[in-house]
Design a protein around this ligand. Structure first.
Ligand SMILES: [Zn+2]
Length: 99
């Protein structure tokens, strides 16, 4: 199997560009909705397909589902009611929208 980039047909390049742009746009919007660093992730999404989106999903879904303990500043799993490190009670991590 040959996989040299030079052997790609001409029509494949716009397709690849479109894929990268679509991927970057999706990552950007998803990062925006999740409060991640959207510009950084959006740029990252332009680099590679599909490994960029895989890395993004792994980092944001598996690794970043953590919040900071208000008492000891340790990284604890999102949704925890008590800090596993210092035992402090964790207030609801969703910001109130009363005001
Ligand atoms: Zn703590």
């Amino acid at each position: 199997m040959k996989s040299d980039a030079s052997e790609l047909p001409l029509w494949a390049w716009p397709l690849i560009a479109l894929l990268l742009l679509g991927q970057a746009t999706w990552i950007y919007r998803d990062a925006q909705a999740r409060g991640e660093r959207k510009f950084l992730w959006g740029l990252f999404g332009l680099l590679n397909f599909p490994s960029s989106v895989l890395v993004y999903l792994i980092v944001t879904r598996a690794l970043a589902r953590r919040i900071e303990c208000p008492a000891c500043q340790g990284r604890i799993p999102a949704g925890s009611r008590f800090c596993p490190d210092c035992g402090a009670q964790i207030p609801s991590h969703k910001p109130s929208r009363d005001s």
